[in-house]
Design a protein around this ligand. Structure first.
Ligand SMILES: [Zn+2]
Length: 351
């Protein structure tokens, strides 16, 4: 296609596979439909599950080709669809969850539990592009205090951490063990649980990552590749164990250790399975200690609004490893696959 006024650069996947399937192309600039806005993208994050796994073709709710990744673009509203009343130039971050809007959960305001939803960047073209058209409801206004990169990281993980905390019934004074505590969701979990008044134990796979997570407000840290996780948690909590485990790895070796760290009546809340997804369960421990395992995904509108509001007030510190140009998307995916990052990698199409 001839590059024209209405063309834009995007990272288009025409096959599933390694990072090399991410290629720069000129594609037609979309026209926002009814209820949609066109966002000029200034930041979009690179995620293990929603980007690397979708790219590989191994995601359970896969994309159809050709496809453009990118779940959480932030940027400015550049164009309005019919009947949409938003300001051109408004700074926004986009939530990936496009809800059905009609099920009982959506109508009750518990839209995180809608199972009829689609995700921007998975079932719809996402933000690995100069422009993306999204439903106006998905574009949340952001405060000037937040950079586009920060807003993207806040919107990606902190609302989900609020949802997990609510599902796990985290209260002030509780002990909460956060797994993968220096990762995107983990580092949000550390900060949200601390913000709610809980005592957090940050668990991660290297001393450097433990230190990074403890610096976000955790009471204690455990390196679960070097120390016995269950024993350490018992020692830190005076033999009692934790009220809540924030799990998001699903590693066959670590999951039972985290589960065994729960005090009686404890809850393990989980979202994420990049560590494998197949684990063994000590069923006797489950019922004898009256434990609960709770699956959650995504976030409610109220969680997104709260996370963005609290972040604008300086409550949260999003971990950002680096910002790269959009055309370096394949390189960014390789960095994540190599485990060489601490914090989020952000792509910026204006660089
Ligand atoms: Zn629904």
């Amino acid at each position: 296609m001839r590059r024209s006024e209405r063309a834009l650069k995007a990272i288009v996947m025409r096959e599933f596979g390694g990072p090399e399937v991410l290629r720069v192309e000129d594609v037609p600039r979309p026209t926002p439909g009814p209820g949609e806005v066109l966002v000029q993208v200034r930041a979009v994050s690179v995620n293990r599950t929603l980007d690397l796994r979708v790219r590989s073709g191994r995601y359970e709710r896969g994309a159809t080709l050709p496809h453009v990744l990118g779940a959480d673009p932030s940027g400015v509203i550049a164009e309005l669809g019919p009947h949409v009343r938003r300001g051109i130039g408004e700074r926004v971050t986009v939530s990936s969850h496009v809800r059905c809007g009609t099920c009982g959960y959506c109508r009750a305001g518990e839209d995180a539990d809608c199972t009829g939803s689609e995700s921007i960047g998975v079932q719809r073209w996402g933000g690995y592009a100069e422009y993306v058209a999204v439903p106006e409801r998905n574009a949340y206004a952001i405060a000037d205090a937040l950079s586009f990169a920060e807003a993207t990281v806040i919107g990606r993980h902190f609302p989900a951490a609020f949802n997990l905390a609510a599902k796990g019934e985290v209260k002030a004074g509780h002990w909460v063990l956060v797994m993968g505590a220096a990762g995107g969701l983990g580092s949000a979990g550390v900060q949200v649980a601390t913000h709610l008044g809980a005592n957090v134990i940050a668990a991660a796979g290297s001393d450097e990552r433990v230190a990074a997570a403890v610096a976000l407000g955790a009471r204690a840290g455990v390196n679960y590749r070097r120390q016995d996780l269950t024993e350490e948690v018992r020692r830190i909590t005076g033999g009692r164990g934790v009220d809540v485990v924030f799990e998001n790895i699903s590693d066959a070796g670590l999951w039972p250790k985290a589960f065994a760290s729960l005090a009686p009546h404890g809850r393990l809340v989980t979202m994420g399975s990049h560590g494998g997804g197949q684990v063994t369960l000590d069923v006797a421990r489950l019922y004898l200690n009256r434990l609960r395992i709770i699956g959650a995904a995504g976030a409610n509108r109220r969680d997104i609004e709260r996370a963005l509001r609290d972040a604008a007030g300086g409550t949260f510190r999003p971990l950002i490893d680096r910002v790269m140009p959009l055309v370096a998307a394949a390189e960014a995916h390789r960095l994540l696959e190599d485990g060489a990052t601490l914090g989020k990698v952000i792509l910026d199409p204006t660089r």
